[in-house]
Design a protein around this ligand. Structure first.
Ligand SMILES: Nc1ncnc2c1ncn2[C@@H]1O[C@H](COP(=O)(O)OP(=O)(O)O)[C@@H](O)[C@H]1O
Ligand SMILES: [Mg+2]
Length: 326
C-alpha cells in the first residue's frame, strides 16, 4: 500500500498543522477527511522527487507541457469545441514512480507559471474516502470535491493529486456486485459528476490521477483525461542509473561505498535489475547492507558482490510472486 512513512508525515488526524508552516507538508493548511497533504507550490521536496525519477526525458516533457497548457488555455477556449478537462492520468505497475512524478509535476508546473499567483496543492487519499463506512463514501467524495477542492480552487490556481484513483473511479462494467458494493458504483458517479462541474467552473484547476491498475479505472473517467501516460518498468539503462543513484545516496554518508560504482559486480547487479520496478531497485542497496550484520553496523564495508547477491534475491522474489499470481 502507500508508504506513509515515505514523507514522514505520520498518520494522525492532526497531521495538517493548525499553524501551517510556510513551506512543505501541511503548508496549504487544509484539514479535511481524505486530504493527505496540502501545500503551497512550488515545493522543493516535490521538485526533488521529480528529478529522482528516471524516465525518458520526452515523457517528462509531455507531462509538463500538458499541465502548463491546462493553465494557459483552459480559460480561453470553449469546452464544447475544444474539450480540455483538466485531468492527467499516470498509470503503470506499482513502484514505477507515478506518485513521485505526479507530485513533481505539480511543483514544476507552478514553477513554470508564475503570473497566475500562488499555486496550491492538495493530495487526496481515495482509500480514506472509499474506506469510510458503507453508504458514506459517496457523500465523502461529494464533500471533498464539492467543498474542499472548490474552496481551494476559489483561492487561485490549484493542482489536486488523486493518488491510486482506481479506488474512487472504479470501473462499473468490471465490478461484481458482491465484491464491490453499490456504494463504490455511486462513488464513481459522484466523482465524474463533480469533475465535470469543477472543470467547467475553475479553469485554473488541474487533476493529476495515478493508477496501478488502469483496467480497474472507469472508462468514463479515462475518457475525460487530456493526457494518459503509461509509466512502465525501467529499461536496462534506467535500471543502471537508478541503482547508481541509490548507491550515491549511501555514499553521501559512507564515502567508501562510492567505489562500488567502478566494480564489475555493480554492472552485473545492474543487469540483474531489469524487470524490477524503480522502488525495488532503490531498496536493493538497503537489502544489500542487511545481508551481513557487519555491513548493517558499518555500511562502509558494502561491496559490489553484496549488491549482486541482493539483486539476484530480488529477482527470485519477484519471480516467485509472479508465479504465485499466475
Ligand atoms: N523510474 C524510476 N527512477 C528512479 N526512481 C524510481 C523510479 N521508479 C520508482 N522510483 C523510486 O521508487 C520510489 C517509489 O516511487 P512512487 O512514486 O511511490 O511509485 P508508484 O507511485 O508508481 O508506486 C521512489 O523513491 C522513487 O524515486
Ligand atoms: Mg503511488
Amino acid at each position: 500500500m502507500r508508504g506513509s512513512s515515505f514523507d514522514g508525515r505520520g498518520d494522525g488526524e492532526n497531521r495538517v498543522a493548525q499553524f501551517p508552516s510556510r513551506n512543505g507538508a501541511g503548508s496549504g493548511g487544509v484539514d479535511a477527511t481524505g486530504v493527505l497533504d496540502s501545500r503551497l507550490l512550488p515545493d522543493q521536496e516535490f521538485v526533488a522527487q521529480w528529478d529522482a525519477v528516471i524516465v525518458e526525458p520526452s515523457q517528462k516533457d509531455r507531462l509538463l507541457s500538458q499541465a502548463i497548457l491546462n493553465f494557459t488555455l483552459r480559460d480561453k477556449v470553449n469546452r464544447s469545441n475544444l474539450p480540455l478537462h483538466g485531468l492527467i492520468v499516470l498509470h503503470g505497475p506499482p513502484g514505477t514512480g507515478k506518485t513521485s512524478l505526479a507530485r513533481g509535476l505539480a511543483a514544476r508546473t507552478a514553477e513554470a507559471i508564475r503570473k497566475l499567483g500562488q499555486f496550491r496543492f492538495i493530495e487526496v487519499e481515495p482509500h480514506a474516502l472509499a474506506g469510510a463506512a458503507l453508504g458514506k463514501s459517496q457523500r465523502a467524495v461529494r464533500d471533498l470535491l464539492g467543498q474542499t477542492v472548490a474552496e481551494q480552487a476559489e483561492r487561485g490556481p490549484l493542482i489536486v493529486l488523486l493518488d491510486e484513483v482506481e479506488t474512487l473511479a472504479a470501473d462499473r462494467n468490471r465490478m461484481s456486485m458482491d465484491a464491490n458494493p453499490i456504494d463504490v458504483h455511486r462513488a464513481t458517479d459522484a466523482v465524474l459528476a463533480q469533475l465535470d462541474q469543477l472543470a467547467a467552473k475553475y479553469p485554473h484547476l488541474l487533476f493529476i490521477a495515478t493508477s496501478n491498475f488502469t483496467r480497474a479505472v472507469d472508462g468514463a473517467f479515462l475518457s475525460r483525461a487530456d493526457l494518459i501516460e503509461n509509466v512502465g518498468l525501467p529499461g536496462p539503462e534506467a535500471c543502471r542509473a537508478i541503482l547508481a543513484s541509490a548507491v550515491q545516496e549511501l555514499a553521501k554518508s559512507y564515502e567508501a561505498v562510492g567505489h562500488i560504482l567502478k566494480d564489475s559486480d555493480f554492472e552485473r547487479a545492474a543487469k540483474q535489475c531489469v524487470g524490477l520496478d524503480g522502488r525495488r531497485i532503490r531498496k536493493l542497496v538497503i537489502s544489500a547492507c542487511a545481508l551481513r550484520k557487519q555491513t548493517a553496523i558499518d555500511p562502509s564495508g558494502l561491496t559490489g558482490a553484496d549488491l549482486l547477491t541482493a539483486a539476484k534475491q530480488a529477482q527470485n522474489e519477484s519471480k516467485s510472486v509472479l508465479e504465485g499470481q499466475s
